[in-house]
Design a binder for this molecule. Structure first.
Ligand SMILES: [Zn+2]
Ligand SMILES: [Zn+2]
Length: 158
């Protein structure tokens, strides 16, 4: 079988996602699975979308923190800083809490309300921790994305 992209080259792998035959020059291996350049570029686009969603939430967090800070700074600088950190972490906490897989699926409306309440409380309590985790994850994901983009460009230019 010949490569889908290079008709003169023998295929050596099958894309895990679309099943195209691909040669060693254009197969991209991630976690022991081979991908074709098209599917790999879709994967990159998907991760990019996620990261841009995170950036939006960070902006909301920063604005919230700034508003809370300036509303309270006249009373006490330290107090305002602490409150800004706490309130600013709420959007990120909410995002994390609601994205997390729930341990059970609420069936009744009442159950759904309770689940919502639990998540809200968790988001409020652990907001600053979620924020820290979120930023670490974001930076890691952004680094991987940069590497994958460079790899894709190298593959395409062959
Ligand atoms: Zn593919
Ligand atoms: Zn090829």
């Amino acid at each position: 079988m010949k490569c889908f992209y290079h008709h003169d080259k023998d295929a050596h792998a099958i894309c895990k996602n679309c099943g195209k035959a691909i040669c060693s020059d254009c197969s991209i291996t991630r976690k022991d699975e081979a991908y074709c350049p098209d599917c790999f570029s879709n994967l990159i686009a998907y991760h990019e979308k996620n990261l841009s969603k995170m950036r939006m939430i960070y902006i909301v967090s920063i604005i919230t923190a700034a508003v809370v800070f300036f509303m309270n700074v006249e009373k006490s600088f330290e107090g305002a800083l602490l409150m800004a950190m706490w309130f600013g972490s709420i959007p990120i906490g909410l995002y994390y809490a609601f994205r997390a897989r729930s341990p059970y699926v609420a069936i009744t409306l009442e159950g759904f309300g309770q689940l919502l309440l639990i998540r809200l409380v968790v988001a409020l309590l652990f907001g600053p921790i979620y924020t820290l985790l979120s930023v670490i994850n974001y930076l890691k994901a952004a680094a991987i994305l940069r590497k994958n983009k460079a790899l894709l460009e190298e593959i395409i230019s062959r």
